[in-house]
Design a protein around this ligand. Sequence first.
Ligand code: MN
Length: 490
Amino acid sequence: MLKDYEFWFVVGSQFLYGPEVLETVAKRAQEMTDILNASGNLPCKLVYKATIKTNAEVTDLVREANYDTHCAGIITWCHTFSPSKMWINGFVNLQKPYCHFATQYNRSIPNEEIDMDFMNLNQAAHGDREHGFIAARLRMPRKVIAGYWQDEDVQKRIGSWMRAAVGVVFSRGLKVMRFGDNMREVAVTEGDKVEVQAKLGWQVNTWPVGTLVENMDAVTDAEIDELMATYQSEYEMATDDIETVRYQAREEIAMKKMLDKEGCKAFSNTFQDLYGMKQLPGIASQHLMSQGYGYGGEGDWKVAAMTAILKAMSEGQTGGTAFMEDYTYNLDPDATYSLGAHMLEVCPSVAAGKPRIEVHPLGIGDREAPARLVFEGHEGPAIVVSLIDMGGRLRLIVQDIEAVKPILPMPNLPVARVMWKALPDLVTGVECWIAAGGAHHTVLSYDVTAEQMKDWARMMDIEFIHINKDSTPEKLEEQLFLNDLAWKLK
Ligand code: MN
């Protein structure tokens, strides 16, 4: 939860200018913190922590930050000059996200007031360069944000980075529950779980479907009644087959109990392993996703975890984030679009209208017709995100897309659907995506930005590829080639 996290504002200085300057720096840092917190542009609390003057102060502060479970990152700024060798011993041990905020207390240079005292007190342009050097020299993953601290766009950039940093802290504690293995023979959903745990923190483990069935059998009618009332208030009941919907409620309650008991925020399942279950979870998985749980179909635990992370990063935002799959294209020259859907499980947070609960047979999985939510995704700019295991390293691929109202009603398509235009255009976008090895499963988000995912990837120390309006297959191929070399050397 965003409200559980705070960021520490750490201001650089030194003893050279005397105690009065240090008092002024501390007072202003507190004032800036208060105004930033009151701006409404930061999703998490900022805490003014210290004005740094010595090596020991940095080292102690970093030690404290590393161990404090509420601290999701530090934001530094140099009001005055702060010699950077005193930051080295702390910085080499920093394990939390780090943002260098290059700002200045005053917006303008005062014509009459400016003298050498003013220059000594207000020398961020000078101090932030010394500070920037040491992070570059130490090859620290960091975000640099420059601008006046009272400007709304600058505050929003800090807020946006805070969300990416929360994604890092969330990732490092994430547990994923797998029901069944990956779909037989599929390559892209595989991955090195040991490497992922070492790099991203994810604990990915399996629980028997039989245990889920035992939990389903133990669900009471009263529990199902209560969840059915929620379904009825949030969605439109477009079926008479209430027993089938009730079975989904039973599945959701049992899965949620198991997830919560183990502290898991993401799960995967597969239609190939539903032993003892009458239906593939449809609305059950969709409603869990709408509550913030990550999901991946066909045993895709990587996309399940990424869905949970993007949902954590975008908490409180209203665009929506969903597990998604590229299905089919419309290749008419004047209307080139991708149609995304899944056999059941698209998160209703991306719906344009009120989702309908419908029951239709499922061609695969050899089970009874499952209840699912059917809806159209809304229009607007968004991203699709795919994490793949390249063998020896992880690659995060993000593509900018423009979602549209589906150009066809498709009345016989019994699943939720989102239609979009990939950037730079559908065909080039597909060529780039396939060249990079992007999966068919993605996380689609209207809230999280490519910049946030880039920040996240940098903090997690994994490869990042962004396909956007300026991408060409030639440039991308060159980047992939150079990245391959670079990551072998790292
Ligand atoms: Mn799939």
